[in-house]
Design a binder for this molecule. Structure first.
Ligand SMILES: Cc1cc2nc3c(=O)[nH]c(=O)nc-3n(C[C@H](O)[C@H](O)[C@H](O)COP(=O)(O)O)c2cc1C
Length: 356
């Protein structure tokens, strides 16, 4: 049983009616959802300042950026509006020196936030103009966004936008039903649209990757600096979800004595996201790709969780590269149908917008 229907191609008017049906109750209940202290997941999309200034409109988009996935839910991004430009910075203060020493996953997380911004801008009828790395003297400035020309959002734009609030990382048990070829192709296409490569792995390749996951996890479990950073993260307490979720909770492998290679083998689908180079710009693109994949997955009724352990060591990362036949793997996803888990808490836009 799938939790959501696969993506259809409804007419624009019926699609908009569906959006209204789904959002209106929330809209009524959360008229003040952008107030400081309100749950960021209840962002009230109808409050977009259509008649406001570009600055007000860009700041509103940050409400959607904060819902992006990020490594250990660090939300390692900062935003600033200067003139009519929204600036996206990597927030070094939220880096994880032991877990993510090159800030590879931090940069990917910022890419995911940018994809949320791009998606929300299109929903509100703007073709966002993006300049990545606009100032070489300021390496933490990853992108500059202006609203660009007016557009009519497509059905795909609206589907991606709707998925922003329905996406969650699902570390729990997945249904056993296989992920259909059409859905696999849709996710591969989502990666390609952002210049990345998604490879589904089965058979010997999957076994090799599961072994790399198990091996890397053993090493991580012996790394006390990594364990301190993970235990300080604000990932929801394992006890707050049902037992099946507990088995796969982030950073809990050691205490549960669970070999993560087992769920990697059992998952309905396992896929590796790769890029063609291993540079800061390619990490930033990979982040946008992973976000497009995760939002697209929701349209197929799918959820995903990350199994990136092998990326932390050269030899296990190489084993993944050899298995998929692409030199630069960045992330590993376990994918399947499931019942939606509760959302992971977020800090709202007010805590990541600086100097306003
Ligand atoms: C680049 C990146 C790497 C991540 N790595 C892992 C991981 O290795 N294991 C894991 O369980 N979750 C991982 N996550 C998922 C985050 O923990 C998750 O996005 C965050 O806790 C917020 O929860 P949500 O995705 O349900 O909103 C990663 C997310 C990103 C963007």
């Amino acid at each position: 049983m799938k939790s959501d229907p696969p993506p259809g191609r409804p007419s624009r008017s019926s699609f908009l009616r569906q959006i209204g049906d789904r959002l209106l109750p929330g809209h009524r209940a959360s008229a003040s959802s952008e107030r400081e202290g309100a749950d960021p997941w209840n962002v009230d999309e109808w409050k977009f300042p259509h008649d406001g200034t570009a600055r007000e409109q860009l700041l509103f988009l940050v409400n959607f950026a904060v819902l992006a996935p990020s490594v250990l839910n660090r939300q390692p991004w900062k935003f600033k509006v200067v003139d009519e430009r929204l600036l996206l910075f990597a927030d070094r203060e939220r880096a994880l020196p032991a877990f993510d020493p090159n800030r590879r996953e931090l940069t990917m997380s910022c890419g995911a936030a940018l994809f949320h911004i791009r998606t929300a801008a299109r929903h509100y009828g703007f073709e966002p103009r993006i300049r990545t790395f606009p100032n070489m003297a300021e390496p933490d400035l990853l992108a500059e966004v202006t609203l660009g020309s007016r557009i009519a959002p497509s059905t795909l734009d609206e589907q991606l936008f709707m998925a922003i609030r329905r996406r969650r990382t699902h570390r729990g048990e997945l249904e056993t039903s296989p992920v259909e070829d059409g859905a696999r192709a849709g996710l591969v296409g989502a990666a390609l649209a952002e210049g990345a490569i998604l490879t589904f792995v089965d058979g010997q390749e999957r076994t090799a990757i599961a072994e790399a996951i198990s091996e890397a996890q053993k090493r991580l479990d012996d790394d006390s600096a990594y364990k301190i950073e993970v235990s300080a993260s604000n990932i929801p307490a394992v006890g707050s979800v049902e037992k099946s979720h507990k088995v796969l909770a982030f950073g809990e492998w050691a205490s549960q004595s669970v070999d993560p290679g087992v769920p990697a083998m059992q998952a309905p689908a396992l896929a590796v996201l790769s890029t063609t180079s291993d540079t800061v710009p390619s990490w930033f693109s990979a982040g946008q790709a992973i976000d497009r994949i995760l939002l697209t997955a929701r349209e197929y009724g799918l959820f995903a969780s990350f199994m990136n352990q092998p990326m932390h060591y050269e030899d296990t990362r190489k084993a993944v590269a050899d298995a998929v036949g692409h030199d630069v793997p960045q992330l590993i996803l376990r994918i399947g149908y499931a019942t939606p888990p509760p959302p992971t808490p977020r800090e709202g836009a007010e805590s990541v917008v600086k100097d306003i």
